[in-house]
Design a binder for this molecule. Structure first.
Ligand SMILES: [Zn+2]
Ligand SMILES: [Zn+2]
Length: 223
């Protein structure tokens, strides 16, 4: 049975305009998070490699976040990185401007991962063997743009070996950019846990999170 590691009051995947392609500043995100009763958030902007490939600019120096404090409300705010799977050997980028946080998501983006997606299973397996100590969870697996050839059984085996959680990504669910059959299969195979996250790029994305909680309950995957 899938165990969900966060409640509706926690969200660990979101993007700001300060450090990647979100439409809101960190300050706006935090103020809105307080309004909708979030208690704990991690802002996880894209890795430096993703910026270099995709061309969106980081507006601020990463070192400036050490000076940032939540002056608005009691929401607990931390900063991570949505890291990128880079190649078939499983090399990844987890830094922003050379700085790596403690909180790293491992994701695969088709505009960033330019190798043959037919070998994506081996790429994930190699990356997980290499970086399992660093990876908090795997972001949006089974998405339409990268997972056509993903062998969920093989990946589940290595996720189980290291007890690495996967993410149920509300943005991909809401836009139907997922192989739902693959995700259902993965959910039935993993022994570890899942996070339900917004992957918000606009403030309204926060409001769509409930759907994933409903989905997994409906499917009988949740206790
Ligand atoms: Zn992503
Ligand atoms: Zn993201």
């Amino acid at each position: 049975m899938v165990k969900v590691l966060n409640t509706i009051h926690e969200d660990y995947h979101m993007h700001s305009m300060n450090y990647s392609d979100g439409m809101n500043s960190i300050d706006e995100i935090v103020q809105y998070a307080g309004k909708i009763w979030l208690k704990k958030i991690t802002i996880t902007d894209h890795s430096q490699f993703a910026e270099d490939q995709s061309g969106f600019a980081k507006k601020n120096r990463r070192s400036s976040i050490n000076r940032w404090k939540n002056i608005y409300n009691d929401v607990e705010v931390s900063f991570g990185v949505e890291g990128d799977l880079i190649d078939e050997e499983g090399n990844c980028c987890f830094d922003i401007q050379g700085k790596e946080p403690e909180f790293c998501i491992l994701s695969c983006h088709n505009e960033v991962y330019t190798w043959d997606l037919k070998n994506i299973t081996q790429a994930y397996i190699n990356a997980i063997h290499k970086y399992h100590d660093k990876i908090k969870f795997i972001g949006h697996m089974c998405n339409l743009s990268t997972a056509e050839h993903l062998d969920v059984e093989a990946v589940a085996k290595v996720l189980n070996q290291y007890q690495i959680p996967i993410e149920l990504n509300c943005s991909y669910l809401n836009t139907q950019r997922m192989y739902f059959d693959k995700m259902d299969k993965l959910l039935s195979l993993i022994e570890a846990w899942v996070y339900v996250n917004s992957d918000m790029h606009t403030l309204n994305d926060f409001n769509l999170r409930q759907e994933w909680f409903d989905y997994i309950k409906e499917k009988g995957f949740m206790e």
